[in-house]
Design a protein around this ligand. Structure first.
Ligand code: NAD
Length: 480
C-alpha cells in the first residue's frame, strides 16, 4: 500500500470550491493516498485587510507539505491587492509553469483536431516582477526583469521535459526584435542550451507571428518555452482553442515545492450554479499525482476522464448539439468519471504514466564581467514639453568623461534634431555619456544630477550606463 502523502489544498473562490470538491472526489475514488491539509487563501483573506491574500499559517502548511493543489482565486480589483498566484509562484521558487493543451476531437468540438502541445512558461520574472511606479502626472512604468539564471532554468527545464515526455521539438517565443536586451537574453540562452540537445529539434519565433501561427496551426508546435507574460497569454489561447479554457491543467514546479491548478480563473459569474467544468483542475491533480509518485492513480483518473469525454458526457462549456450526448453539471460530471474508474477509453489512446524523475536544474555559475560606468540616463518630470528649450538648458552639462548625448521622450529621440511630429509627454530622459566609452565614476553621476537639479529640473530617477567587457549594455534611443 502506497504511503499517504501530505498535500495542502485551497478551495479558492468563485467556481473554486465546486471544482475542487469534484477533483478531490475523483482522485480519492481512484485510490489517491493523500493526507489533506486545507488552507484558506484568496478573496476572504484579502477582504480581511491582508493585501497578500494568505496568512502565515498557510505558508507554514505549504512549506511543510511542499505540494499544493489550488483552486482558482479572485484577486479583488484595485485596492493594492497583490496577486496571490504570482506571490506563491515566486515565494516558493516555482520557476516552471507547465501547461499541456490537447484537443479531444471529435468528442470535444474544436477547429484544431490535431493539437497536442505543452507550454513551458517562465514563472518568476519578466513584467511579473510587479515593480511599477508613477513618477509624473502622465506616465506610469513597469520594470521588466530577465535574468540569465532565470532563462537558463526555464529553457533547460523545457528541453529536459521534452526528453522525459518524448517530445520532438522545443520552440522559443520572444520579442527580441524590439526588446534586444531582455528578450534578447532569453533567445540567446535558448540558442546556447538548444545546441546541447542534439536529439531535439529547436526553433525560434517572434511572439506576434508565433501566437498567430499557434492560433491558426497549433499542430505545428510541440513544446513552447517563453517568458512569463507571453506564456500566460498564449496558454489561455491554446487551452481555449482545444475546446474550452476549462480543459487545461497546470503544474508550477520548483526545486523543492510544486503547485497544481487549472489554468483558468475563478469565473465568478458561474459560481455556485453547479455548472463549471472541473477538468482543468482535475488534470492539474493528475500532474500532481505523477509528481508525488502515484503514477498508477494518475493513469486511472486520466483514463476514466477520457472515457467520460468520449462518451459525450459534457459540461456546458464543451457541450455541443450533435457531438455531445448528455449535458451535465459539475457534480454529475464527477460522478460520471467515478463511475468509469478502472475502465480505459476506447476511442482515445489510453494514458500510462510512469513515475517521472524530478527535473532538477542548476544554473551555471555567474560569469563576472568587467563593468565600467560610461554614462547616465537622468529622467525628469518636465511639464513645458519643449525639447529645444530643454536641450538648450542642459546641453552644456558635463562631469568626468560624460557629456550631453541626447534627450528622448518615451524612448524616441527628440533632441537634437527631433521631429515636430513626435508627441511628447511630461516624462523625459536626458542621456549623458562618453562617446568613446571612457569610464567615469558615480561621483561624476552625482555631479551631473546636481547640475540638472540646480537648473530647476525635477529628477525622478537615474539609470547608469555601463559597458560589460567593453560592450555597451544599454539600448540606443529610437531614431538614434
Ligand atoms: P476566468 O478564467 O475565471 O473566466 C473566463 C471565462 O471562462 C468564464 O466566464 C467562463 O465562461 C469560462 N470558464 C473559465 N473556467 C471555466 C470552467 N472551469 N468551466 C467552464 N467555463 C469556464 O477569467 P476572468 O473572468 O478573467 O477572471 C476571473 C477571476 O479569476 C479574476 O479575479 C482573476 O484575477 C482570477 N484568476 C485567477 C487565476 C488563478 O487563481 N490561477 C487565474 C486567472 C484568473
Amino acid at each position: 500500500m502506497t504511503q499517504k502523502r501530505a498535500i495542502t489544498v485551497a478551495y479558492g473562490d468563485g467556481i473554486g470550491p465546486e471544482i475542487m470538491q469534484a477533483a478531490l472526489d475523483i482522485i480519492q475514488a481512484a485510490g489517491a493516498q493523500l493526507d489533506i491539509e486545507v488552507i484558506e487563501i484568496g478573496e476572504k483573506v484579502y477582504l480581511r485587510g491582508n493585501t497578500a491574500g494568505i496568512e502565515p499559517s498557510a505558508w507554514e502548511s505549504l512549506r511543510r507539505t511542499k505540494v499544493f493543489l489550488k483552486a482558482p482565486i479572485t484577486t479583488p480589483q484595485g485596492g493594492g491587492f497583490k496577486s496571490l498566484n504570482v506571490t506563491t509562484r515566486k515565494m516558493l521558487g516555482l520557476y516552471a509553469n507547465v501547461r499541456p493543451c490537447t484537443s479531444y476531437y471529435p468528442y470535444v468540438d474544436t477547429k484544431h483536431p490535431k493539437m497536442d502541445l505543452v507550454i513551458v512558461r517562465e514563472n518568476e520574472e519578466d513584467l511579473y516582477a510587479g515593480i511599477e511606479h508613477q513618477q509624473t502626472d502622465e506616465v506610469v512604468q513597469c520594470l521588466k526583469l530577465i535574468s540569465r539564471p532565470g532563462c537558463e532554468k526555464i529553457v533547460r527545464y523545457a528541453f529536459e521535459y521534452a526528453r522525459q515526455y518524448n517530445r520532438k521539438k522545443v520552440t522559443c517565443f520572444t520579442k527580441d526584435n524590439i526588446m534586444k536586451l531582455t528578450d534578447g537574453l532569453f533567445h540567446k540562452v535558448f540558442d546556447e542550451i538548444a545546441a546541447e540537445y542534439k536529439d531535439i529539434e529547436n526553433e525560434h519565433w517572434i511572439i506576434d507571428i508565433g501566437a498567430a501561427k499557434l492560433a491558426d496551426t497549433p499542430e505545428a508546435f510541440d513544446v513552447i518555452v517563453t517568458p512569463n507574460l507571453y506564456g500566460d497569454i498564449i496558454s489561455d489561447i491554446a487551452a481555449q482553442i482545444t475546446g474550452s479554457v476549462g480543459l487545461a491543467g497546470s503544474a508550477n514546479i520548483g526545486d523543492g515545492c510544486a503547485m497544481f491548478e487549472a489554468i483558468h480563473g475563478s469565473a465568478p459569474r458561474r459560481a455556485g450554479q453547479d455548472l463549471a467544468n472541473p477538468s482543468g483542475l482535475l488534470l492539474g491533480a493528475v500532474q500532481m499525482l505523477v509528481h508525488i509518485g502515484q503514477a498508477d492513480v494518475a493513469s486511472n483518473v486520466h483514463n476514466a476522464w477520457l472515457a467520460t469525454l468520449e462518451q459525450g458526457i459534457h459540461t456546458y462549456d464543451i457541450y455541443k448539439e450533435g457531438v455531445s450526448k448528455e449535458k451535465v453539471g459539475t457534480k454529475a460530471f464527477a460522478q460520471a468519471v467515478i463511475a468509469r474508474m478502472g475502465t480505459k477509453p476506447e476511442k482515445f489512446a489510453p494514458v500510462a504514466y510512469k513515475a517521472a524523475a524530478t527535473i532538477s536544474i542548476k544554473p551555471s555559475p555567474t560569469k563576472v564581467a568587467k563593468k565600467e560606468l560610461v554614462g547616465v540616463d537622468v529622467f525628469i518630470h518636465y511639464k513645458d514639453r519643449d525639447p529645444n528649450k530643454l536641450g538648450a538648458a542642459i546641453r552644456g552639462f558635463k562631469a568626468g568623461q560624460m557629456n550631453f548625448n541626447m534627450i528622448t521622450n518615451r524612448g524616441v529621440k527628440v533632441y537634437p534634431d527631433g521631429f515636430e511630429e513626435t508627441f511628447c509627454t511630461d516624462h523625459w530622459r536626458l542621456r549623458f555619456k562618453n562617446e568613446e566609452m571612457k569610464p567615469s565614476t558615480y561621483t561624476d553621476v552625482m555631479e551631473l544630477q546636481k547640475q540638472v537639479m540646480q537648473a530647476g529640473f525635477d529628477i525622478i530617477k537615474t539609470e547608469n550606463l555601463y559597458t560589460l567587457d567593453g560592450k555597451p549594455s544599454f539600448s540606443l534611443g529610437q531614431g538614434q
